[in-house]
Structure formats: C-alpha cells, structure tokens
Design a binder for this molecule. Sequence first.
Ligand code: SF4
Length: 232
Amino acid sequence: MADQDTRAQLAEHLRLLRDFGVEGVSRDAAWRVRVAPVQARPAIETLTVIRDDLGECTRCKLHTLGRQQIVFGVGNPSAALMFIGEAPGHDEDLQGIPFVGRAGQLLTKIIEAIDLTRDEVYIANIIKCRPPENRNPEPDEVAACEPFVFRQVQSIQPTVIVALGTFAAQTLLRTKDPISRLRGNVFQYGNARLMPTFHPAYLLRSPERKRDVWEDMKKVRALLRQDGPETA
Ligand code: SF4
C-alpha cells in the first residue's frame, strides 16, 4: 500500500514537471548540476529604506549652499500616478514638502482636475535640496541625486509618471529635446508610461499654456484608465 502511494506521488510529480516543460529526468549526477538555481526576485525597497539611505545627505555641494532640509517626496507609496519636478524652491525648503508654494497650489488643482487628490498620488523632485537662488541644478548635483528618484520610481512602481518641466523630462528621458517638443507625447519608461508637460511655475508666468497641460492631463487620465494612447 505504501509502495502504491509512493508511485502515485512520483507519477503526480512527473506530471507536474511535464507541465513545466521538463522533457526528461536522469539519475546521472552530471545532469543535476546543469539545473539552474531558481533566481529570487529582487525585493522592492520601501521608501523608508531609500530615505534612510539618503540620510543627512552630503553627496553633493548643495548641502553646503543654504539648504534648510532635504525634500524627499510625499504621497501614496503605492500611487498609480507620480509627479516628478525639478528641485525644491523657497517654500519647499522651509516646509520639507515638494510643491507647496504657488506652483504647488496650481499642481494641486491640476491633480484635482483629473479627479484625484494629492494624497492619492506621489510627488517628488529630481533634486532633493534647494539650489541657491533657485538656479538650475548642475550636472554633478544631478549625478549625485538622481539615483534616489530612480529608486523612488522603482519602489512606487507607478502606472504613469508626469515629468514636470524641461529639467525633469530631459533627465528622465535622457534627452536634450525641449519640453515644447516633448510634451503631449507618451513615452515608455520602464514599466510605466511617462508624460512630459509644462512645469506649474511656467504656467504661472505663461497662463495661456494651461490649455496644453489640460490636454496632457486628459491623456494621463486615459492612461490611468488603461485606454490611453500609444507611446511615442
Ligand atoms: Fe544629497 Fe541630493 Fe541634497 Fe545633493 S541634492 S546633498 S545628492 S540630497
């Protein structure tokens, strides 16, 4: 009876192997060493781990140029939609939260226009410390800081990323094309779709471009509903 049970288990095991595509087995030891070990999937880092790794960062000179605090990012750590801007400004540097000044208030309206709230999305910048006088980040600063936003994207695994402004779009897409040419197009970015659009600070100076951003955000909303346009 015990032998019958063992044979039945063996038959079941072989059927399972056949279903996985295994065409034969051997008792030869040399055959066994050719079997590749099962690769463990790399664990996804949490945002807390990434923030802890950033620490009181001194990886680039911006830590010596008057920053009040690091502005890491806020929002839903499992957000389907992630916004990535350039760098903190004055208000963000004081509060430690991205997009809280006038441009941030406009971003909040943009988010609400597609029926979401700030709590439902994730918001971060390429650069985590305020550049003095809001100057453009320099290449060495970008090189030091960008790995952290890439890790944030990997952790959150958004469906759609909106790159806000020239700097974010060019950094994420590794291009020198101007935002005026990039915006409105959907790009594949890893497993996510990426939509470049104008930065809210630019919209404050050029309100006539709000219409373009609304068109871009309608595409974002469609992508989130998984009936969006093809990538560029
Ligand atoms: Fe570190 Fe980024 Fe701040 Fe530079 S900008 S000090 S790399 S956190």
